[in-house]
Each structure stands twice: as structure tokens, then as C-alpha cells.
Design a binder for this molecule. Structure first.
Ligand code: C5P
Length: 307
């Protein structure tokens, strides 16, 4: 049996540059893995079937699940149709939250089954396959801190921070946001202001690469968070507005933003201890607002085989 951890991510930067010829958005992002992770276990079976079970009954374990889509893609590419596996998912990352939980599980399936079935694909091969399944999936393979361009699949590693930064994540368990809806709404509202060509895209990418909080070796300036989807999603999603309002009121946080297409939001702290302290102090307000919270340190890697 092989067990793999699949960490969540937050977006420290999500900038919508424009539209691509494939209909997707051209993005400039900084994604950061955090210490909130699902756990997957993989066992060989002799019946040429790939099956999935999960400890959270609200999650589909059918063929639409990215874990099974990843497993089928990997097996089809291998040419060994007799390969089988029994996969179990312990779900800890909130679903539909903008934390790439589904993408990270899919990436974990590629990494875990590549090892279980002895296929010998390199991480770069697995990232290419991941890009066929979802825009955030390639990042999840190596994780850590990376610049993500294109649809999100063109990766450039960023050196780890000098400081042990951490986030206080907050999410309303009753809310979820559809990513296709968020990008469609962004287009409706902002398309007239989108950048028009590759040269303009590249200037923004270069500006982000040179942003001084990413250089050199992450100076002591903390990340200046930006998420262009926040202004699109927040007006239509009460759960985002209340999470942002609560987080903006807390002391000692460096910055506050929504992650991905939401609805989870986070406040950034210099270290995990101050984050946990604030979470404890906020407990009554979080409970009154019906919000769940997690204190999570930044993590230097993505999907990891544990045993
Ligand atoms: O690639 P993924 O399945 O995660 O994307 C979900 C949806 O989000 C896409 O179908 C598309 O509508 C939107 N999207 C986009 N531009 C991106 C990534 C996602 O428009 N770069």
C-alpha cells in the first residue's frame, strides 16, 4: 500500500491578464502550498478495475472525480489495461473552496499510481498529464511556491520564504463557488479592460517575476496579496464578504484576500503561532458567523509519498 498527502494551496496573487484563443483566461499567479492536506491510499488489485472510496459522503466517487480521471489517463497512457487499484481518500480540504483540493487529489493520484504501478514517469511527465485534466493540477505535483502562467499550467519555481509565514483560512461550510461561473462573470464585467496581446501579457509576467517580495530569496517584505476574482465574486457571495470583513478586523495580519475563485478567504501572518492565537481569540465570532477556520503554515512541497 502507498499513502500520499495532497496539500491545499492559496493564491498569493491571481491576476487575470486577458482571454486566450482556447477560451480560457490568461493568468499570472503565485500559488503557495499550505499545511492542510487530504490523504490518499492506493492498493493494487488484480481485477483491472480502479475504484474510489471516500470518508466524506458528500463527494462524488464516480468517474467525474479527478482522482479517477487521473487514474484512467495514467493507465491508458501506460498501455497496460490490466492494471487495477483500490483508492481511498480521507478528505480534509473543504470542497469547492478555491483551495485546489480536487486538483491536489488528482495530482496525488498521478504520483501515487505512478509509484504503485511502477510506471517510471518523471515529475515533468506527470505535470504534463496533469495539465490535460485541470489548470491548477500541474502546480499541485511539486507545489511549494510557484509562479503559474498561461492557464495556470506554465510553472516557474519561487525560492521558499525566509520567514515561516502562515495563513488563517476561513470558509462558510454552506457556501461554494463554481470556478467556470467566476471566470464567466469576470469576463462579463472586465473584458473591455483585458490586455489584448502576448507582448502585454509578457510585460505583466515580467513585472510579477521582478516584484520585490519574490526577490531576492523573498526579501522581508511580505507578499502584497491580489486576487482579481475577488471583486467579481464578493459582490455576489455573502459568505466571501463576511469572511473578508471578519479577517480585516483581526490584529497583526499582514494582508487579507480570497483564494482562487473562493469562497475561502485568508489572512496572512508572520508565523503559525500568531495565526493560532488569533484563531483562538476569534472563536466566538467565527461561531456566530457560522464560519470554519484553519491555521496553516506555508509548505515547501506539494504532493508527497509518505510510505
Ligand atoms: O481547468 P479547470 O477545469 O480548473 O477550469 C475550470 C473552468 O474555469 C474552465 O472551464 C474555465 O471556464 C475557467 N478557467 C478559465 N481560465 C483559466 C482557468 C480556468 O477561464 N485559466
Amino acid at each position: 500500500m502507498i499513502t500520499v498527502t495532497a496539500p491545499a494551496k492559496v493564491n498569493l496573487h491571481l491576476e487575470v491578464l486577458g482571454l486566450r484563443s482556447d477560451g480560457f483566461h490568461e493568468l499570472a499567479m503565485v500559488m503557495q502550498s499550505i499545511e492542510l492536506a487530504d490523504r490518499l491510499s492506493f492498493e493494487n488489485t488484480a481485477d483491472a478495475r480502479v475504484s474510489l472510496s471516500c470518508d466524506d459522503a458528500s463527494l462524488s466517487v464516480g468517474d467525474d472525480n479527478l482522482i479517477l480521471r487521473a487514474a484512467h489517463l495514467l493507465r491508458d497512457r501506460s498501455g497496460f489495461s490490466e492494471l487495477g487499484a483500490s483508492i481511498h481518500l480521507e478528505k480534509r480540504i473543504p470542497i469547492g473552496a478555491g483551495l485546489a483540493g480536487g486538483s491536489s487529489d488528482g495530482a496525488a493520484a498521478l504520483v501515487g499510481l505512478n509509484a504503485l504501478w511502477g510506471l517510471g514517469h518523471s515529475p515533468a511527465d506527470l505535470e504534463r498529464m496533469a495539465a490535460e485534466l485541470g489548470s491548477d493540477m500541474p502546480f499541485c505535483v511539486a507545489g511549494g511556491c510557484q509562479l503559474c502562467f498561461g492557464r495556470g499550467e506554465q510553472l516557474e519555481a519561487v525560492p521558499p520564504t525566509n520567514e515561516p509565514l502562515a495563513v488563517l483560512l476561513v470558509k462558510d461550510p454552506r457556501a461554494s463557488v463554481s470556478t467556470p461561473w467566476a471566470y464567466k462573470r469576470c469576463r462579463e464585467l472586465n473584458q473591455s479592460r483585458y490586455l489584448a496581446d502576448e507582448a502585454a501579457f509578457e510585460r505583466r509576467r515580467q513585472a510579477l517575476r521582478q516584484d520585490d517580495w519574490l526577490n531576492p530569496l523573498r526579501s522581508d517584505r511580505p507578499p502584497s496579496l491580489r486576487n482579481d476574482l475577488q471583486e467579481v465574486v464578493a459582490p455576489e457571495t455573502a459568505a466571501v464578504r463576511s469572511a473578508l470583513q471578519l479577517l480585516k478586523s483581526v490584529p497583526h495580519s499582514l494582508a487579507v484576500a480570497m483564494s482562487g475563485s473562493g469562497p475561502s478567504c485568508f489572512a496572512l501572518f508572520r508565523d503559525l503561532e500568531s495565526c493560532q492565537q488569533v484563531q483562538g481569540d476569534l472563536a466566538p465570532q467565527l461561531e456566530r458567523a457560522g464560519l470554519r477556520a484553519w491555521s496553516c503554515a506555508f509548505r515547501r512541497d506539494g504532493v508527497r509519498i509518505e510510505s
